[in-house]
Design a protein around this ligand. Sequence first.
Ligand code: HEM
Ligand code: HEM
Length: 190
Amino acid sequence: MQALSIPLRNTTSRYGLVSQLFHWLIVGLILFQYTWAWRIDQAEGIRVRFELVTQHKTIGMLVLGLAVLRLLWRLFNRPPALPSAMRGWEQVAAKAGHWALYGLIFAVPLSGWLYSSAAGYADFWWGPVSFPSLVEANESLEDRMQLVHQGLAISLGVMALIHALAALRHHFINKDDVLKRMLPIWRSKD
Ligand code: HEM
Ligand code: HEM
């Protein structure tokens, strides 16, 4: 049963279990966040809206916590090299895209936290952990942070879409291992 013997760490040819779990868990939570943002927009009644926004903040802070752990894991775990068939500029673009995504999984929740702080509603709970306000309530900052949070969330969505299309292109057009090595499929030669 090779599928059960996936190593925890990355190897020279593919991502290990921990990197894969971080990747797909964060993808799932981010998709949830967009669904929730849409539900907040559609919601009627202040109580329902408040509940949904609180859930959005809770999951967003979970993404931030996972992003910190993921980055630490990444710093001590080199990813597998990109296929040598990729041209120089393609490799640079792929690496730049990955770092931009890393930046955005920090920037989007941090901007949400700053936005909530400026609105005077950052004193929320996450299990036993309470998050402090980052700044004093401030209406003009709140307005600016709303735009920043929205803009960063849209940038994350666009970048993630391009990234996912690139991964599918590798799989279906280039027919290389780039997508498979981020999936829990294992072969004896790995
Ligand atoms: C990966 C994490 C996150 C994603 C992808 C995300 C995405 C979004 C999106 C797409 C919107 C709708 C923007 C609009 O149309 O104006 C939104 C709104 C909002 N987000 Fe986030 N967000 C994240 C994390 C957070 C965090 C951590 C907080 C606060 C601690 C937060 C607070 C808010 C608030 C207060 C709103 C406005 C809700 C309303 O309409 O009343 N977000 N977010
Ligand atoms: C919000 C959505 C997403 C984010 C934030 C994200 C982020 C990332 C990041 C930061 C990396 C680099 C990993 C590293 O170097 O440690 C990566 C790699 C990868 N992602 Fe995503 N990703 C997302 C969605 C997707 C989707 C939907 C797919 C598949 C269709 C996908 C497929 C891959 C693959 C195959 C790799 C490995 C690329 C390689 O081997 O160099 N990702 N992703």
